[in-house]
Design a protein around this ligand. Structure first.
Ligand SMILES: [Zn+2]
Length: 327
């Protein structure tokens, strides 16, 4: 059985801890309920992925710079994978991905997620923000799971770019969109202090306004992540140095990558990567050609969330393909 710890105040010195040090103070997944009577809370989640530290850094900066907010703001803060944060990894071996367990299921982590949703639901949050980082250089952007005007307005408060994500299933944002206006923010890479600054600025703005900003949904450019590219499990298990991902693609996030571009190289001629559409249909042949050990694009695509880290590629995915949509 897995439970989250509930605190109604910030423990002494928790704000001194980096993400990796949190495990010294917290036992595991923790919900800080700093809700105030008669004031619907903002829900913020951080560290669903242990190596994506900007969310926790944003919370530290928020309360260090504006200590009065501890007593005045109505906020629920969920700190997710404390143990993988200690190791600086997305998740520990044997753990499910903490951002794939929010749609019901049988593991202890699914139960944990269900309990967090039930608790948050009882507090009637008006807005939910899940803070993440990309492992490669991307412009910062929001991930939304619906096209409601309020969702688009919230996303446009953070960035002019958003991805409408219908996959993968089981994300926190998808689940919370049933409770309130809910977005994921991809703040940038963890090593860049601007990433947490951006998240702090958004959270502070939402706390001070206490309601959804007007925003300008029409200024938001929205992409559909209609294909997800993953590493085939058999390849992933045999050798963690393959596939060798092309480091030059890093700079192409949100840009068009022409047909013929090298995506990765494999150990042998076996098929090592797979492209799935939103219905989980295998569309690999539509997008990739394998020449010897090299995997190249068959057609022009816009890519996002491309990683050149083979471990991230195996644990999550190599990239998504995007198409621009009009809401
Ligand atoms: Zn993440």
């Amino acid at each position: 059985m897995m439970r989250f710890d509930l605190h109604h105040a910030l423990p002494a010195n928790v704000l001194d801890c980096t993400a990796a040090q949190l495990a010294d103070v917290l036992r595991g997944p923790t919900l800080f309920d700093l809700g105030k009577p008669g004031k619907a809370p903002l829900f913020v989640s951080v560290l669903l992925h242990g190596n994506e530290t900007s969310g926790w850094e944003a919370i530290r900066k928020l309360f260090s710079k504006y200590p009065e907010l501890v007593n005045t703001s109505s906020i629920l803060i969920f700190v997710g994978n404390v143990l993988s944060a200690q190791k600086g990894v997305r998740k520990l071996d044997g753990q499910p991905d903490y951002n794939r367990v929010w749609n019901g299921g049988s593991t202890p982590e699914h139960k944990l997620a269900e309990d967090v949703i039930a608790y948050a639901d009882s507090k009637k949050p008006w807005c939910a923000i899940d803070v993440h980082n990309n492992s490669g250089p991307n412009p910062h952007y929001s991930v939304i799971t619906d096209l409601a005007p309020a969702t688009r307005a919230l996303a446009s408060t953070f960035s002019s770019l958003a991805i409408l994500a219908k996959q993968p299933p089981g994300t926190l944002t998808q689940a919370f969109s049933d409770l309130c206006t809910s977005i994921t923010i991809e703040a940038g890479i963890p090593a860049d202090p601007d990433s947490s600054e951006r998240a702090t600025a958004l959270i502070r703005q939402l706390l001070s306004e206490g309601k959804l900003a007007e925003g300008s949904p029409e200024s938001l450019e929205i992409f559909d992540n209609f294909v997800r590219v993953t590493v085939e499990p058999e390849i992933a298990n045999q050798d963690r140095t393959f596939p060798k991902l092309n480091p030059e693609l890093d700079t192409f996030n949100f840009k068009c990558l022409p047909a013929g571009s090298l995506v990765c190289s494999l150990k042998d001629r076996s098929r090592g990567i797979r492209a799935n559409d939103v219905e989980q249909r295998d569309v690999t042949e539509d997008y990739f050609v394998v020449e010897d050990t090299e995997v190249r694009l068959r057609q022009d695509v816009i890519i996002s969330m491309y990683t050149r880290d083979p471990l991230i590629a195996v644990q999550d995915c190599i990239c998504y393909f995007l198409k621009s949509i009009e809401p």
